[in-house]
Design a protein around this ligand. Structure first.
Ligand SMILES: Nc1nc2c(c(=O)[nH]1)N[C@H]1C(S)=C(S)[C@@H](COP(=O)(O)O)O[C@H]1N2
Ligand SMILES: [Mo]
Length: 510
């Protein structure tokens, strides 16, 4: 068989060194995840670095990532980290052929970064640094094995014994890493335990899962967003795994009586089922970071009245298992919008990515200031005493959802001339939508037909029939609130408190 690369060429040890470096990193990462699995911590080296990165990323970059990758932003981040680690490891491998310590230094630096990232995580616990430490140690040992095998080839490129040794070592490390990786999957029992516990839960069922009559407009997205289609936004690179029997919620702070609740305590309380449309502050005009579901749970108002907030308290700080926090104005939890601790979504236990077993849902507020998933703690406090996760990162302390509207059809496809259905959604949670208008090519605004209103806490669908003529046309939509005020027409980006502007789509007719 013809050799791909002439081992006598000057680069002969180069690519072998690079392969050795990458395999050393791979072996390290495999050991890191298996150790994390056995310890039951989320902090594999890649997760630790990625999570620390997410916490430090400037808002504009986060927006860019969401607009490029949508809800695949986390996969993109993992792939990005692996590429960077792979390139650095390859360079380290090449250096290590001649001088082991030069290459090893890169491994040490990467390991130090992962350990530093891991110990700063809220859910790291006592052992969160161990996966990264052992990953680094493994990578250093494997790198040394490779540099030993490759050293003789620098001066004697035709040394067949060393070449064979390199191939054997590569195959051995690759197989070993795969085996360890497989073991890691098995060791990751917490995921399986949570999945089993979730499947076994029997929760109070809503009288019906069907949407109220008449709320669906032809052509608009489904009025109920299926759980599998619901947008997901959070900082959790590895989704917190909580078994309901381990779950506890402490409500404390500026209160007369602290309260501690177990999941069973929660189930014993009066259940409320409520349609609420959730929206992310990062949603661009026309974007899809919005979804509507039937939430089931317990009213926060009842729980807060039981603990008795102090007169001068004005907020709660809710905390997630993984350290995310939100600051929510106390009045929005006590008024009649029915903010709740939700445990079910569309009749199912919360999907793990959507906060299992318990999250907060507050109609009318963007998720970042209210909708804490994997909820474990509520402190009654004052806004002058704390800041929620996103506030020091350039987002407003308060985040009421802005009146907005979106065109769902026609989308990108060419349409035939004649009557064309234009349809979409409009929302102003906890306020209500009274009117929607559409215009073509900047012409006069035309009134659209509104579908039935389920409640002011949900989006409202609309449609309009357009007599389309040939050519390219521009459609725009605007909504009005309950008092007849139109939505803000001037364009603003999502940061710091929600995008404004008119959704504008260009349509080819012919
Ligand atoms: N624990 C936790 N909860 C969180 C977040 C988070 O990063 N961590 N993000 C919030 C944001 S910004 C939004 S928009 C909603 C999204 O909820 P969803 O993923 O169920 O759609 O969750 C909120 N709850
Ligand atoms: Mo969000």
């Amino acid at each position: 068989m013809k050799q791909q690369v002439d081992p006598k060429a000057p680069g002969g040890t180069k690519w072998r060194g690079a392969v050795g470096g990458v395999l050393a990193a791979l072996a390290g990462l495999a050991v890191g995840s298996v150790v994390a699995g056995f310890l039951g911590t989320a902090q594999t080296p890649v997760t630790a670095i990625g999570s620390a990165f997410i916490d430090r990323v400037p808002p504009w970059l986060k927006d860019l990532a969401i607009s490029w990758f949508g809800t695949h932003d986390k996969t993109a981040l993992r792939v990005g980290i692996l590429i960077v680690v792979g390139v650095l490891a390859a360079v380290g491998g090449i250096l290590a052929v001649r001088r082991y310590w030069a290459g090893a230094l890169i491994t040490v630096a990467l390991t130090a970064a992962a350990i530093a990232a891991a110990i700063t995580r809220a859910d790291s616990g006592q052992t969160g640094f161990l996966p990264s430490l052992l990953a680094g140690a493994t990578a250093l040992i494997v790198l040394r094995l490779f540099s030993r095998r490759l050293e003789p080839l620098v001066d004697a490129p035709d040394d067949g014994v060393s070449r064979r040794g390199f191939l054997q070592l590569s195959a051995g490390v690759a197989l070993g890493s795969a085996a360890v990786g497989l073991l890691g999957r098995v060791a990751n029992g917490s995921r399986a335990a949570v999945a089993d516990a979730r499947a076994a839960l029997r929760l109070p069922q809503p009288p019906s899962l069907a949407p109220p009559a008449g709320v669906q407009a032809d052509g608009a997205v489904p009025w109920v967003t299926a759980n599998a289609d619901f947008y997901r936004i959070d900082t959790a690179l590895s989704v917190p795994q909580i078994v309901p029997s381990d779950w506890k919620l402490r409500i404390h702070g500026m209160v007369d009586r602290e309260l501690e609740l177990t999941f069973d305590d929660l189930l014993k309380r009066q259940v409320v089922h409520k349609w609420v449309t959730l929206t992310c502050v990062s949603n661009e005009v026309g974007g899809n970071l919005i979804g509507n579901a039937l939430w089931s749970g317990v009213l926060l108002k009842d729980l807060l009245e039981e603990v008795g907030p102090a007169k001068n308290a004005d907020a709660i700080q809710s905390t997630s298992k993984d350290g995310f926090t939100a600051g929510t104005p106390l009045p929005t939890l006590l008024d009649d919008r029915q903010a709740m601790l939700a445990y079910a979504m569309n009749g199912q236990p919360l999907p793990v990515e959507h906060g299992f077993p318990v999250r907060i849902v507050v109609p009318g507020l963007y998720g970042y200031v209210s909708a804490t998933k994997w909820l474990v703690d509520i402190e009654v406090t004052r806004f002058d005493q704390f800041q929620g996760y996103w506030t020091p990162r350039g987002w407003s302390e308060l985040g009421p959802i802005k009146l907005s509207s979106r065109i769902d059809v026609p989308g990108g496809k060419k349409v035939a001339p004649g009557p064309v259905t234009v349809a979409g959604v409009a929302w102003d949670q906890n306020v209500g939508v009274s009117k929607v208008e559409v215009r073509v090519d900047g012409g006069p605004w035309q009134q659209a037909t509104l579908a039935a209103d389920a409640s002011i806490e949900t989006w409202r669908q609309w449609h309009w029939t357009w007599q389309a003529s040939g050519g390219t046309h521009v459609l725009q939509v605007r909504a009005f609130d309950d008092k007849g005020n139109p939505q803000v027409e001037s364009s603003a980006p999502p940061a710091p408190n929600g995008a404004t502007g008119l959704h504008t789509v260009s349509v080819k007719v012919g």
